[in-house]
Design a protein. Sequence first.
Length: 217
Amino acid sequence: MSYNIVALGDSLTEGVGDLDNQGYVGVTTKILKKETLVKKVSIQDFGHRGDTSTDLLKKLKRPEIIQAVKKSNTIFLTIGGNDLVHVFKKHFLDLHASDFSTQQKIFSVNLNQVFAEVRRLNPNAHIYYFGLYNPFEDYLGKANKDFVPILNRWNANSTTITKKYTAISFIPTSDLFKGKTDQLLYKDHFHPNKQGYAKMSGRLLDYLKKSRSSVQR
């Protein structure tokens, strides 16, 4: 088994919060390289801090990314966190659930287009798409109980979209960070720290193993 990996998305794929180890991408590739069943691992990481789903759609038109996606057999993807944060920034003093649902509709269209475009470029590469976690639980206070259902709806909707395509795994992360953001987030209280990325990598490796065993059956 060889992995030709392309990593796409935002600051989580770039590894902000743990630049020494390059976040979950760096941790995962290091572990894969040590596995006896894995012959070769190559990685191209196009993660970029601040990118939204709209930015990612534009990136998928860049020649170097098109070429990388076409040649890959495995794709790691984090996107959506900045789309969600955009709502907080825009409506911080007057947040309504409707603001999130409006943004979620835009994101859903974009996510669909991202998957469709990646599939057009490469019909077979397995895509591992990370769901969103809640970095705000220590800051929202009583409002956290209103935000959690919004986040859950957002993730449920993304899960539904992934099911429309072949060879895409939705990887939940909200349970990994719930109640542990003080331990698993970087000092910016938003990005994962080394331990947080290790949790994401562990979950990703579980899904990679599942995919491997289903291919071998």
